[in-house]
Design a protein around this ligand. Sequence first.
Ligand code: HEC
Length: 449
Amino acid sequence: MIQASPAAATPRLPGLTIFVNEAVMNFPIWEIPHLGGGGLIALVAVVHVFVAHFAVGGGFWLALTEAKAYRENDPALLAYVRSYSKFFVLLTLVFGALTGVGIWFTIGLISPAATSTLIRAFVWGWAIEWVFFLVEITAAIIYYTTWDRLDRRAHNQIAWIYAGAAFVSLLVINGILTFMVTPGRWLETQNFWHGWLNPGYWPSVVLRSGSAIALVGLFTLLTGSWLPNGELRVKVLRYAACWVFPAFVVMPVGLLWYLAKLPEHARFIALGGAPVVAMFTAASMGLSGAILLFVWLGAWRTPEQFSTAFAALLLGMGFVATGTTEWVREAVRKPYILFGYMYSNSIHVGDADRVTQVGVLQTAKWAGIRDASHPDAGREVFTLLCLSCHEVDGYNPVRPLVRGWDEEYLDYQLSRLDTLKGFMPPFTGTAAERRALAQYLVSLNPEAR
Ligand code: HEC
């Protein structure tokens, strides 16, 4: 039976009134079997980030390489640049835009509460972002279609407009991305500038710029390797290496600076507090080091022998390095989705005590079961509080994690979930809900009973 929510009678919390409604969890939960919501977001986001960084680096690459071809009076190099301008335009316009919209779809459906906070906190940021994206795609189309119609100088200036607009859109979105991990003073003031120009902002600009240059360098290695043997091929491969090298000076600086700006808890997770995360951090650094070494040995020292397969491998390593780095950024945020403000399961930090007292089944607007003694209550509590990070089987699966744990032990561990593993939020529910969840978790491994 569905009872009227007692939360409706509870006064609003001071200071959070714009964000908090009467019910605490205002949105239904979309379950994605096996992969989990986090897994799906990661998949879409990593592809988009890869393309987006690449588009930013690509703008500067087009502008500088075209200018180089004019300066050196090298028609072969110019023809090479021209042949790739179409690819860059398609990449930004089609793939970048589609995966960008894909991110909105996935985060909006999987984490509606956090997405709503991002939209409200940064309305003007998003508006500015879209203006620059429009400038970017317009410049890209003009650039591609005016190769024979504009004089050299004007045509090259269009490339600079494209590059500048793409970079500004990186600067804008970077503030919103870093905000989720290092919101800084915004937590007290909720001021746009405090949120946007947060402590992680500049280090992350450095890191992302480095990655944009590195990715376009790696891509140039691939396309350069397709050229027929000869002077142009060697020139392009060496030139590509010259994009990769500085990136590997810039990125470690950005990374160390970023780590220094992380909240204590997040830095602890990244650097060893959670072995898996530390492994990923190490993998990301190790991969980057290997890329640098291979580019130096292969493309710079022996460009004549440098093969397409090797270039593809390096680009693949670049993709994996981007993925692991984004994964780490994601992981160090736990137990929050917005650090210090909202837990991964969409519960506002400021509401946690109230949810614990009143019960999550009572305060979640869309809960299908309101009564903790209902036979399926445990499964419902799991959906509300744990599904954002655990599938039963699949992504971070809970079934093997609780194998061999009996009900008493589980109930005890649930009561101290945030100290059991520092990257889990506290259990926010009543004692009866905790008991129901413990019973449900025990039932997952019937053979162990
Ligand atoms: C913010 C994300 C997050 C949320 C929310 C979360 N967990 Fe976890 N939990 C994790 C991660 C990450 C691990 C580590 C998994 C591993 O070690 O393989 C973990 C580990 C566990 C473990 C194993 C602990 C150990 O010492 O071996 C259990 C049991 C568990 N979670 C249960 C739950 C339950 C039940 C809920 C809901 C009340 C929940 N978790 C909510 C992220 C989360």
